[in-house]
Write a protein that binds this ligand. Structure first.
Ligand code: AVJ
Length: 339
């Protein structure tokens, strides 16, 4: 009971109809965090903006566009693996469980899982996403899947997991697709997996999609597409700061910069200052000074070897069930359980 009270204090509950409800933290809580995090990220010597801030409405739309540019192989590849996995996943699942998705976005790929999970019986779907895109995509899903009910949580992964932990006793299949895990540093990734593990009940399953180490040119072109959609996506975070935090970034004074760091097995994305400049970010109380060629770090996208994925999940305490791959071994989906 205490938990429910606590939850109600932090989250606003919106009941749209009998099949759709969602929870959102109180607005003041989010805005304050954004201004503060930008202030601490940019108010130091090595400047950075956390990648979760990419996903305002425009950013989420741009990310959707990235997923269909020819150079960005992860989405297409993961979809091809999900098609194989469809028929095999059921054998690992209990009678009654809910589907939880971390970073659901537009839920496009989720449809491949919903297709077969809703074919026999009703399913409760629990999307967790930082972006409001969640509410729109949920309505579309409900139109297309009659056997579905949705409880959405508009929050960070961590917030959503905390929410889920005290929600009820039902079994969960938690999915985390798209290699979004690659955004974490190895240490934070480990801590995150521990959180997922702690949220799970014995018998719960976790399915994680991870991008694999491969040829540098393939990796670098995936993050430097010729249409420049990734560049727009990267630069959009500055527009967001302009709009939401009263800043005066001139986007023409920045360029997109993405390289593969072989030693650390990660794509590194930056915004490069093209001139000496000074920017005011009012709501963060910051005057940001940048020199020509100075970099603002915006994203890491870590790539993994299969053995590293297995060792990592094993170290956290998960039991390995199965790994699915595409023919070229570009991408992986790994299913684990908590015993
Ligand atoms: C959503 C984090 C998986 O790292 O490939 C795509 C984000 N950034 N292009 C990735 C992204 C630039 C994407 N993740």
């Amino acid at each position: 009971m205490n938990n429910t009270l606590q939850k109600n204090k932090e989250y606003k509950k919106f009941v749209v109809d009998s099949r759709l409800q969602y929870f959102k933290p109180h607005a003041t809580k989010i805005e304050k965090t954004f201004a503060e995090e930008i202030s601490s990220g940019l108010g130091t010597n090595s400047k950075s903006i956390h990648p979760k801030f990419f996903y305002d409405k425009k950013g989420s739309e741009l990310f959707e566009k990235i997923c269909s540019v020819p150079e960005y192989y992860p989405t297409r590849t993961e979809i091809s693996i999900l098609k194989k996995l469809q028929s095999e996943l059921s054998s690992y699942l209990d009678e009654d469980f809910r589907l939880v998705e971390l970073g659901s976005g537009s839920s496009t790929k989720t449809r491949l899982i919903l297709d077969f999970l809703t074919s026999q019986k009703t399913l409760e779907y629990f999307p967790i996403d930082i972006s409001e895109i969640l509410t729109e995509s949920s309505e579309e899903l409900l139109n297309d899947y009659q056997n579905l009910t949705i409880t959405g949580i508009i929050d960070t992964y961590e917030g959503g997991l905390e929410f889920l932990k005290t929600y009820d006793d039902k079994s969960n299949l938690i999915i985390f697709l798209g290699s979004s895990f690659g955004n974490f540093s190895p240490i934070d990734g480990y801590k995150f997996l521990e959180k997922v593990y702690a949220t799970m009940k014995p018998g719960d399953l976790f399915l994680i999609g991870l991008d694999l180490v491969k040829d540098k040119t393939i990796l670098e072109s995936a993050y430097n597409d010729s249409e420049g959609v990734t560049a727009k996506f990267n630069l959009n975070v500055l527009s967001r700061i302009n709009d939401e935090l009263d800043a005066d970034f001139n986007l023409q004074n920045f360029s997109h910069h993405a390289i593969y760091n072989e030693k650390d097995q990660r794509i590194e994305m930056y915004l490069k200052s093209l001139v000496d400049q000074s920017i005011i970010i009012s709501k963060s109380d910051l005057e940001l000074k940048l020199q020509k060629d100075e970099l603002i770090h915006t994203e890491y996208s870590h790539k993994y070897r299969l053995s590293q994925i297995h060792d990592l999940l094993d170290d956290v305490g998960f039991e390995l069930k199965h790994t699915w791959l595409d023919d070229k071994k570009y991408f992986s989906l790994t299913l684990v359980s908590k015993t």
